[in-house]
Write a protein that binds this ligand. Sequence first.
Ligand code: COA
Ligand code: AMP
Length: 634
Amino acid sequence: MNYKETYARSMEDPEGFWAEAAEGIDWYRPWDRVLDASNKPFYHWFAGGELNTCYNALDRHVENGRAEQAALIYDSPVTDTRRSYSYLELRDAVARFAGALVAQGVGKGDRVIVYMPMIPEAVIAMLACARIGAIHSVVFGGFAAKELATRIDDAKPKVIVSASCGIEVSRVIEYKPLLDQAIEFSSHKPDKTIIVQRPQARAVLQPGRDLDWEQAIADVEPAACVPVAATDLLYILYTSGTTGEPKGVVRDNGGHAVALKWSMKNIYNVDPGDVYWAASDVGWVVGHSYIVYGPLLHGCTTVLFEGKPVGTPDPGAFWRVIAEHRVRVMFTAPTAFRAIKREDPDGIFLHQYDLARFEALFLAGERCDPDTLGWAESQLKVPVIDHWWQTETGWAIAANCLGIEQLPVNPGSPTVSVPGYDVQVLDDDGNQVAPSDIGRIMIKLPMPPGCLPTLWQNDRRFVESYLSAKEGYYLTGDAGFKDDKGYLWIMSRIDDIINVAGHRLSTGGMEEILSAHPDVAECAVIGAADQLKGELPVGLVVLKAGVDRNRDELLNELVALVREKIGPVASFKKVTVVERLPKTRSGKILRGTMKNIADGTEYRVPATIDDPVILDEISEALGRIGYGNKQDLG
Ligand code: COA
Ligand code: AMP
């Protein structure tokens, strides 16, 4: 079947389509209903079915002839380490750590937070939770203690698994003091923490609460896979919402396993036994779906890379990994390629490696600019596929599904809706717009398996945030259009989310932090275009009357505050003082206009602005920190 037929089938007979895909998964008990729609707008895939995600990711491959095949290759240029785990070795390590969790009282439905760098123990901890039916919540290492504390209070973990340190290029970042601080800030206290001691910086353990990983796994019985309901939760992954409070996106076991397994062949066109590499971090959804679960559910070898595209040690790092581990398909964010292109525009490093086995590059996480796409294509000489998705869906909404049919690439477009997703572009009144007209991108319910069934213990916020714009539709938060050939074009967000180096951040969250500074009367944070990271946050603050301090000192304080509260991942380094912020007559801050000024793009002075002169002041202030080149159309 070609793409058109496959897509049509997924729309006409979704239950038949996904029941067939579910044959790729081993079930302890078959489902009663493929799709339970009895409690709209909440939908549940494979209701009544029972499975174990870890069994499907590891044990069944051991039992079916893949015991000696590499399941995980850990490649860490920052510690000069390479280590390969066969399916058998990984299964045993996971069963052992699952036993350690059980020994600490963790059982089905309990939460475990994983706050770790890119080391095999992070993957082992995630799979160990899946094995015993516990719910993991991985927190990205670049978040500060306060963000971790928020997640601890929401998820209420019994155990937190962490490591003594992470390594950022050549800088050792101690994780344990951040963890200790987070536990101090949080109201909920975990019973235990389990800490991997890395030689680069050993952590001080608190007797009675903190266990050394090695000590935790000594003398425990390996734990067996526990059958869970398809609708039981596998994980919570917090992502930026429109306020400082992150949203706990949850994932079920059944739909997730079915969708990810299906995507490996149909979207990425890899087969069991192939090496698949997602250069992301286990703290992001890409890491969950395509470092850990997708490749392992499909019997592939996955690569866990503890390094960066540049600087570890050079811009040839990605090519080395592809060549050395015989990678067939790679997935990363466009920003990584912009970083490589900047340091090695002519691909001199690339030509040092044999990439004969490499077949396709997939990019996602932010809009892929045609320049980057074109450069990657010309250097690699393989298809470069932009695909669009989000934490909430867990896998691609739009893509060029290489395993079904390779469609022509249109640079700047992530191609077409993936089978299972009824993507529509609607105006503010909920009507479909004409082809090529911009509108809000929505997905008609039900979404396919694998997408979030709700938010962690917050059905109300789930409905309010995603399902209230139009009954029967999911609001993606992205704006864009569908052209007359059905290609989707994702242009911008309709909320305050920005994408910094492929990392999703809320400018609203940063504004909350700046506003809390005693000298700040009001502020705005905008996402200004950046050649490397796609977008960078830029702050504009109005000081309280009478504040007469050294400006540089104050601005440095604000930068440090965001780093302390959100973490280095926010990349908040640019902030300037303005006399006033531009507003509409009803008091709404004109962030979009300020972004246009910062980016030097054309804009019209909004008719509703209360005082247009302010825009000149803003332009001048942004100019002082290296932004803007106003093109006022009057
Ligand atoms: N633990 C602690 N700190 C971390 C961290 C972690 N896991 N990850 C990032 N940071 C820090 C960085 O060291 C940096 O600190 P600095 O401000 O002191 O320099 C800061 O957070 C910002 O990180 P980042 O935005 O990643 O910038 P960078 O300059 O270190 O690297 C890229 C830029 C483009 C090379 C890098 O972002 C990259 O490879 N991105 C693409 C791949 C990817 O992970 N995409 C995610 C979704 S697919
Ligand atoms: P995250 O949840 O961190 O994966 O971020 C999801 C958001 O990133 C989406 O809602 C989009 O705004 C943006 N995004 C992800 N992939 C793409 C893409 N291929 N093109 C354009 N925007 C993208």
